[in-house]
Design a protein around this ligand. Structure first.
Ligand SMILES: Cc1ncc(COP(=O)(O)O)c(C=O)c1O
Length: 381
């Protein structure tokens, strides 16, 4: 088998060698940014630089960046931390959120919160009428993701921000999949909180950030030494923070060129998929340039993913974050896809190292595997 072709960049990305190089010096020294001596001061300086790099990437001020252990913690901190400073009322989340948002919101029920889930249309975009109706009731917080991890569908965050502002609710967006793939502008959009993560943009795993409007009251989830202005106690992971900062800077610098080349690969891929008879979910909505989520009727997604794996193509079935589950994707069900078709779902998420030749090989292999699987099914009946 020739070298594997990685087509699962929404699950994680390989660390950029430039990022690794920037991190290494911080792993070989006793770096505690709270220390007053030279090592400590150097670490503090490195963190400040990284905070600026992250801030630039999301259109925020460095003082609005709180480092966390990743997107999951940023989502938890936003939802639970903001709720903790409010009298329980309503929290609104979209039906297609990542479990880090959905489960954080659901956990608030124990504290007397009403959790309202807003649906999406067949294209995977938030139903703004439903949101408006829900907002008639007193709501402290709304959480809608910028880009969906499964379909890549983008939400109209500007329109959602306008609606929430009119009703005096705070707006959090999970931008974990959007960072580095589309431009983000936290302050221009008037957002109150945004979650981002390092490992989706060729940075290290276990690092992310919550971007916060400075007028938002929030309660920390972990207490201790008061790091990150008291919002996230615990000795900072300096190497990971430095790596995340540089990954943000590189992603921003390379975004225009990446967006162009990924878009043309996506067109090549999806033309081929449609020739093979695939249904491409969310294809009529604005989407990330790297994500294609599709299914073929009467073909099981898990089986197809394993068949492709044997041929050296690494793709995901359903959402990679819940790949131990055989339940059809909650995102597809929310879009009105039948459970049968949803069970066939396969996600290809392209990355900067993928090529035209790889996409062509993938399509050829897919055609071969589909023919083989259909023949097996025919023999079995
Ligand atoms: C939309 C979204 N939010 C949150 C997360 C969790 O981020 P992390 O892996 O950094 O905890 C993911 C990871 O796949 C994601 O896709």
């Amino acid at each position: 088998m020739s070298a594997a072709v990685y087509l699962d960049h929404n699950a994680t990305t390989v660390m950029d060698p430039r990022v690794l190089d920037a991190m290494l010096p911080h792993l070989g020294q006793p770096v505690n940014p709270t220390s007053r001596h030279g090592f400590g001061r150097a670490a503090r300086h490195a963190i400040n630089m990284a905070r600026e790099q992250v801030a630039v990437a999301v259109g925020a001020h460095p003082s609005q960046v709180t480092f966390t252990s990743g997107g999951t913690e940023a989502d938890n901190l936003a939802i639970k931390g903001i709720a903790d400073t409010h009298t329980p009322s309503q929290i609104i989340v979209s039906a297609i959120e990542h479990p880090a948002v959905l489960k954080s919101a659901q956990a608030l029920r124990w504290n007397g919160w009403q959790v309202t889930t807003t649906g999406v249309n067949v294209d995977g975009q938030l139903d703004l009428d439903q949101l408006q109706t829900a907002l008639k009731q007193q709501s402290a917080l709304v959480s809608v993701m910028t880009a969906n991890n499964e379909t890549g569908v983008l939400q109209d965050i500007a329109a959602i921000a306008e609606l929430t502002k009119q009703r005096g609710a705070l707006l959090h967006t999970d931008a974990v999949q959007a960072l580095g793939k589309i431009p983000l502008d936290f302050n221009a959009l008037g957002l109150h909180a945004m979650s981002v993560s390092g490992h989706k943009i060729h940075g290290p795993q276990g690092i992310g950030a919550l971007i916060l409007d400075k007028h938002v009251d929030i309660q920390c989830l972990q207490i201790g030494g008061g790091q990150e202005r008291g919002l996230r106690s615990g000795t900072e992971n300096v190497a990971a923070i430095v790596g995340f900062g540089l990954a943000c800077e590189l992603a921003m610098r390379e975004l225009p060129q990446q967006a162009t080349s990924l878009t043309s690969l996506q067109i090549q891929l999806e033309n081929g998929l449609m020739d093979l008879g695939a249904t491409i979910f969310g294809s009529r909505a604005p989407r990330l340039p790297n994500t294609s989520f599709f299914a073929f009727s009467d073909i099981d997604g898990e089986t197809l993913v394993m068949a492709l794996d044997r041929q050296g193509f690494f793709v995901a079935s359903g959402s990679a974050c819940s790949s131990d589950s055989v339940e059809p994707s909650h995102v597809l069900l929310a879009m009105g896809v039948t459970p049968d078709l949803a069970r066939g779902a396969v996600r290809v998420s392209l990355g900067r190292d993928n090529t035209v030749a790889q996409v062509a090989d993938f399509l050829l292999t897919l055609r071969m595997e589909l023919t083989r699987m259909k023949r097996m099914t025919a023999l079995a009946v």
